[in-house]
Design a protein around this ligand. Sequence first.
Ligand SMILES: *Cc1c(COP(=O)(O)O)cnc(C)c1O
Length: 364
Amino acid sequence: MRPTEIIVDLDAIRHNFNAFKNLNPASIPVPVVKSDAYGHGAIQVATALQAQGAQALAVFRVEEAIQLRNANVTVPIWVLLGALDYEIDDAVNYDLTLACWSLDNAGKLNDAAKKARIVQPIHLKIDTGMGRLGFLPNQVRDAIAEINSFSSLRLCGAFTHIAKADEPCHPVTANQVEQFRIIANDLPASCNQIHLAATSAIERRLMDALPYNRPGIGIYGIAPEKESNLDLIPAMTVKSRLISLKDIPKGHTISYNCTVTLQRDSKIAVVPIGYSTGLQRAFTNKMKGIVRGKIVNNLGTVCMDMTMFDLTDVPDAAQDDEIILLGKQGNAEITAWELASAANTIPYEILCNLGQAHPRTYLN
Ligand SMILES: *Cc1c(COP(=O)(O)O)cnc(C)c1O
């Protein structure tokens, strides 16, 4: 077996999904499994969530949705990007719910659906403040009128995305919520799959009376903000092994650029993972590992495929020992937030980078 692997605890994912169900029984969580389920494996996660009673799942691209359909995921799949021109003819054959954010797209989708003799369900994507994809609020009324004239489209939902949900009182957030409230009140009754909140907005209970919400990062057990009251269990563990353990004398330097000169005779381990597979170079001299239940420090620059750790204080450490780079062992824990802080990024990027770079094993 390869020395580095990702362990995904599907029980943790079920627990987190249930946490969202219980948090607000009035609103149905539609777990977001884009980017290979944030690096946890879309097919395995979607299959587990479907068995756990998820009423729908969300992905980013049509390709991801087709992959799930081919793996026997039968619940409704919401495609948050919708179908791009090159994939429209394919997309209409997979019983997907497609986001729609332009009338050009709506027209092409209508033609493709007509040709395939289906009626294509769509969710209107509304830009209340992201400045990304979506109809601007003042375009929504005309867009709906035009879409209603397309006989092979069924407008069954509408959504927006919050730019700064961690500050519900921020003027941008308050304005987004207010704009969407006005639009939602004006939608035809048949357009009732209305949703706004991702994990952070779910915790802040922004428009929590809407019938659906879209938790992503929280499903994987990570809070989108450092301080959180959500009851979540991290699902991902990253494990590797000490492929070399060597005594190196005081005064020797470690790794590229000699950022570290040993201050004592040391025992230095090499772990075969580096920035090409998710251990970012920015973690250099800031990240930790867990060996035999003890926290150990990275020493020296993270290389493309190797990283060194100081095992001097773990006298019983042996070659081939396991090292945890993300997750728990005994009472020791390394969180995605710690790694994110070391690289000045957010846990989302940590999970996606690490999870997609290594073979995965599933628990439970
Ligand atoms: C990724 C995404 C989500 C999930 O966001 P989290 O912060 O991970 O909960 C929800 N909605 C949209 C439109 C997204 O792109």
